[in-house]
Write a new protein. Structure first.
Length: 123
């Protein structure tokens, strides 16, 4: 399970931004917390919110770009049309409004090994 995603120098994101799903000390929804084998707790649902133009979509696009870059070689030899997105070239745009446009784009993922069973309900 992804427990933390960090991006830097991507589209409108110049400085490092981290999307963290580790649970805090708020005990309002204790029944929705996921616990790993070490006792660390994570949220089962997370959200990104804020004003328009604040970069919410770019955080999600950065995660999507990272996933597509990782999976692209796996699907490059398939003729499956459902996987066509992963086969196309993926352009990555650095932050363009300063000297950082010449610096690399950075993505970082942290994973947790979760042992608790998770029930998924679909309606």
């Amino acid at each position: 399970m992804i427990c933390q995603f960090t991006v830097k120098n991507y589209k409108s994101i110049r400085d490092e931004v981290t999307f963290d799903i580790q649970a805090t000390a708020i005990s309002e929804h204790e029944g929705r917390i996921i616990t790993d084998k070490d006792g660390d707790v994570y949220l089962s649902v997370s959200a990104i919110y804020g004003p328009n133009g604040d970069g919410k979509s770019n955080v999600l696009e950065a995660l999507h770009t990272l996933v597509a870059k990782i999976l692209r070689p796996l699907y490059a030899t398939e003729d499956n049309e459902e996987r066509a997105f992963f086969q196309r070239r993926i352009d990555v745009e650095p932050f363009a409004f300063s000297e950082s446009k010449n610096e690399p784009i950075e993505f970082e993922l942290f994973f947790a090994q979760v042992w608790q069973n998770i029930d998924i309900f679909c309606r």
